[in-house]
Design a protein around this ligand. Structure first.
Ligand SMILES: *C/C=C(C)/C=C/C=C(C)/C=C/C1=C(C)CCCC1(C)C
Length: 255
């Protein structure tokens, strides 16, 4: 188990490094957007190491949730290595990389609602599929709109429908009800905090879409900084909430 974890970490770090091998990609001292890409990428690496290392400190039922938190930040770390290179060398928004990252990490984060419910025995497969479907509709709609395959407004409407569906599921749908009735304090706290992140923290992305593509008024610099900060909260803090619930329900350092 220890060896496997080290191997996984080394693999993640190596993949990330290969993205940084371009010698032309020198960060300018006044490129604050580029600096934010660097800072967030290192935050993602540190979070990944932390989550993987902590999997040994939580009860078996919570382990998968903490592993998935590490996968989310690990996948984001690798994408951040590429995104910052695109930004630093060309000054363009790395939209394709961002969406590929979202397309993998957001469904994984949705699955986290299911996983923490299943850690306390309150999940069913219907929730899993509904949350997954909502996130895929949201992202595919957004990408088709942003990349110009469909009208930007139409893409936005499809994306919003997916997001609203997710919010319905975690607030008033079966998943929300199951959490409220679970009687597990750590789960209720974590579920509530994750729900707030998905409501408030996630609102930043559609706002960025509106200002960046529909009304205009936000330049690529600001949009990237905002997305970077949003990812920091929505991936790392989201994982920490799960980790906190996992450790408090497991008794710290339970082995
Ligand atoms: C780690 C990355 C995360 C949590 C990304 C989340 C992305 C969204 C919540 C995107 C939402 C969008 C809409 C709700 C409307 C259409 C446009 C999107 C895709 C930006």
């Amino acid at each position: 188990m220890k060896k496997l974890k080290l191997f996984a970490l080394a693999a993640v770090a190596l993949m990330g490094l290969s993205g940084a091998a371009n010698a032309d990609a020198m960060l300018a001292q006044d490129d604050f957007v580029g600096i934010s890409f660097w800072v967030i990428s290192m935050g993602m690496l540190a979070a990944t190491a932390f989550f993987f290392m902590e999997t040994g400190n939580v009860a078996a039922g919570w382990r998968t949730s903490v592993i998935v938190a590490g996968l989310v930040t690990g996948i984001a770390f690798i994408h951040y290595m590429y995104m910052r290179e695109v930004w630093v060398t060309t000054g363009d928004s790395p939209t394709v990389y961002r969406y590929i990252d979202w397309l993998i990490t957001v469904p994984l984060q949705m699955v986290e609602f299911y996983l923490i419910l299943s850690a306390v025995g309150k999940a069913n497969s219907g929730m899993f599929w509904r949350l997954l479907l909502g996130s895929v509709v949201m992202l595919v709609g957004g990408y088709l709109g942003e990349a110009g395959y469909i009208n930007a407004t139409l893409g936005f409407i499809i994306g919003m429908a997916g997001w609203v569906y997710i919010l319905y599921e975690v607030f008033s749908g079966e998943a929300g009800k199951a959490a409220a009735k679970s009687g597990n304090k750590a789960l209720v706290t974590a579920f509530g905090a994750m729900r707030m992140i998905v409501t408030v923290g996630w609102a930043i992305y559609p706002l960025g879409y509106v200002f960046g593509y529909l009304t205009g008024g936000v330049d690529a610099e600001s949009l990237n900084v905002v997305y970077n900060l949003a990812d920091f909260v929505n991936k790392i803090a989201f994982g920490l909430v799960i980790w906190a619930a996992a450790t408090s329900s497991s008794g710290r350092r339970a082995k």
